[in-house]
Write a protein that binds this ligand. Sequence first.
Ligand code: SF4
Length: 343
Amino acid sequence: MRPASAQDKDSFGGALLEVHDLNVEFATSSGAARAVNGISFTLQQGMRLGLVGESGSGKSTAVLALMQLIKAPGRISGGRALLTGDDLLTMTAEQMRQTRFSRIALIPQGAMNSLNPVLSVRAQIDDLLMAHWEKADPEKRRQHVGSLLHRVGLPESVADQYPHQLSGGMKQRVCIAMAIALSPQVIIADEPTSALDVIVQKQVMQTLIHAQEEVGAGIILVGHDMGLMAQFAHVVGVMYAGRLVEIAPVHEIFSNPRHPYTRMLISSLPTFTTRKVFRGIPGVAPSIVNPTPGCAFRPRCPSAVDRCAVDVPAEELVAHRHQVRCHLAREVAPTSANGAAID
Ligand code: SF4
């Protein structure tokens, strides 16, 4: 796999998806839970954006919101998500139906387990094609299914198999084939390699990159594995308690992380060159219902100062394309990430 850092330049195409101040909340008996709290980012053509964070940080909720797939008692409570100018968040149900897969596609978490066990792979891909290509004849659709499978490295014979006859890696490739079936501008992949062994993980990621490059899409990769992000993403956004606390090009974020949480995530990565004792990040994620004042990371932060208990840190641009939410973001001298670096 080509290291993502080799492409860490302003070399992408125009903006495909511009997310501004996205908010999602869930009604609970104790009050509103702000699962996504004012996140903003831009995805450009050809870019692979990684959204990373621990469980409950809001990353999956954010991408579900982009697809209008938030279910009650959740709701999108603010923001805009412009897909080449069209706001995904205000589209009608019919507009969204037409947009899904044709302009923006989601490979959901656990996608390989969401394949219908009683339908062949061909029938499942064909269902998707028929929903968008009402006038396409069966032969054209049959050829397209074969071509899609070929593009994700599967033989055409897989089309006539059922999910239980396929390995986890093959099922995940089928899900990638479905995601690229209509050449969308944006592909969202939510934990696409979870539950796969490391060899298959790499193959699936290579397939995803190849498919993305073929259709010329931008991609949002959601996950919690900083190592995977280092290899795959051009830009990495770190989420914590519903907020995007740091976002920067991959080489910048690994060589000059400014947020204490990002530094701790990176320092937990093993390296070939440094022997060290690995430590987890102490404490637990805070409640997003009635949060305490100040910075959400303060109870776990080794750098916290008095101000952190009072003021929520604002987003600051600390370097080219590098934004951070931390009161001390400008006071941290550029350092390597505790020995962790991408090769
Ligand atoms: Fe830590 Fe304060 Fe920065 Fe929050 S604002 S991450 S508590 S130093």
